[in-house]
Design a protein around this ligand. Sequence first.
Ligand code: SF4
Length: 303
Amino acid sequence: MFVPLEKYRAILAGKKRTKLQENRDELDTKISEAQKHLEHCNLCEWRCGVNRHQSLGRCGVSDKPSIASVFLHFGEESILVPSLTVFFHGCNFKCVFCQNWDISQNSGNQYVPPDVLARILNSHKKAKNINWVGGEPTPSIPYMLQVMKHIHGNIPQIWNSNMYLTPEAMGLILPFIDVYLTDFKYGNDECAYKYSKIRNYFSVVSRNHKMAYDHGEIIVRHLILPGHLECCTYQVIDWVADNIPDAALNLMAQYRPEYKAYDYPELRRRITKDEYMAAYRYAKRRGLYLIDEQIWLEYINSL
Ligand code: SF4
């Protein structure tokens, strides 16, 4: 019988080792590969090629990433909490409705040496996982791998990302990530460009979801945008059902206009109950496992 996140559950139960434990001997090689990107960065599909020791690329992250916060998060998917989140400043996306814009659109100035951050992470004994997030964690992969070198214990590693990485960057993290917690925002390139200024969105992000699915377990988050069922939500659901059918899908209902969303008339409202239920029924018809579905149904019924 299909059990979503079966390996993750087995790690928590002490019956399996994390990928970091299994593949620790690959870490030094991946760290030196990752360091080369700091001289000519191609970690995400912007492929800025900048020397991050000297200047900033599109993401605004230098060779010394800034940590916005580290804390035990109780607002993630129920299977993940409490989740020890590491929030990085900076992001390669410019989403007009970003709810974390104060972090994502800010380079920050809070560098913490890798061994110091690892010591903080190792001290949180109640965490179920370490959750690398932002902003966007992709620009900070070289740093993250250095932190991992000092992480002890059998604690799952979560990659919480917009998935706009290059295949080279995916290759750096695949040996060490247990669960991919992804944002699959758009079902087409036009909406991605209009709201996030991203090109080639669908082919890049879907390619990386497939790579993640083939190497680990995956929770796909999709934030339903008002008026975007046909062009985005149904497209994402169809792609997931056709290509990564054992993924857990989190159909998120909490969109609210933030940041620059008021510049776009269609984004000035929350989604309706009818929109959510249409998306929910569509995903059910496609046979997908919906994570935390009761929580969302209660939420949408309370609006
Ligand atoms: S991670 Fe930043 S610097 Fe590197 S390619 Fe992407 S946007 Fe450019």
